[in-house]
Design a protein around this ligand. Structure first.
Ligand code: HEC
Length: 124
């Protein structure tokens, strides 16, 4: 007698956005298909931002929970790239108000810098 066993695999979909900010610490590196985004002429930093949780709190031109990326670009210069990349990884508050930005501890400095590089392209 053949005994068939059916294993039900439950796919665990990664939540893109979580309005519950306390559990919004992103530990995983967003997966970005660099080739695809390059083919679409999209800045790699933008692809990374879209792949992470950033847009829950940031919009390009309107202040939501955090400052708009436009405001960030206008406030800083290329020399602040390193500091801003660290801030994305470590989180923090005080530059725009008392609402803190959640840390993104699993993010590499390299990717965080690409995100900041993209944000800087919004400078007017
Ligand atoms: C939970 C909401 C939230 C999420 C998610 C979030 N941010 Fe922020 N972000 C903030 C807030 C609030 C501030 C303002 C912090 C301050 O006042 O210093 C901020 C500030 C920033 C700044 C400016 C830092 C400074 O010191 O002026 C950058 C750059 C930034 N965020 C990028 C990102 C990127 C990139 C992501 C995604 C990886 C992200 N943020 C995700 C809320 C968020």
């Amino acid at each position: 007698m053949i005994c068939g066993m059916v294993a039900t695999l439950v796919a665990c979909n990664k939540k893109e956005t979580n309005p519950d900010m306390d559990s919004n610490v992103m530990l995983e590196e967003p997966v970005v298909k660099t080739v695809d985004s390059a083919a679409a002429g999209k800045h790699e930093g933008l692809a990374l931002i879209e792949g992470a949780d950033c847009l829950t709190c940031h919009k390009m031109d309107v202040r939501v929970v955090g400052p708009s990326y436009q405001e960030v670009a206008d406030k800083y210069t290329a020399g602040d790239l390193d500091m801003l990349a660290s801030k994305i990884i470590e989180g923090g508050k005080g530059n725009w108000g008392e609402i803190p930005m959640t840390p993104h501890a699993g993010m590499s400095k390299e990717n965080a810098k690409k995100m900041v590089e993209y944000i800087m392209t919004l400078k007017k």
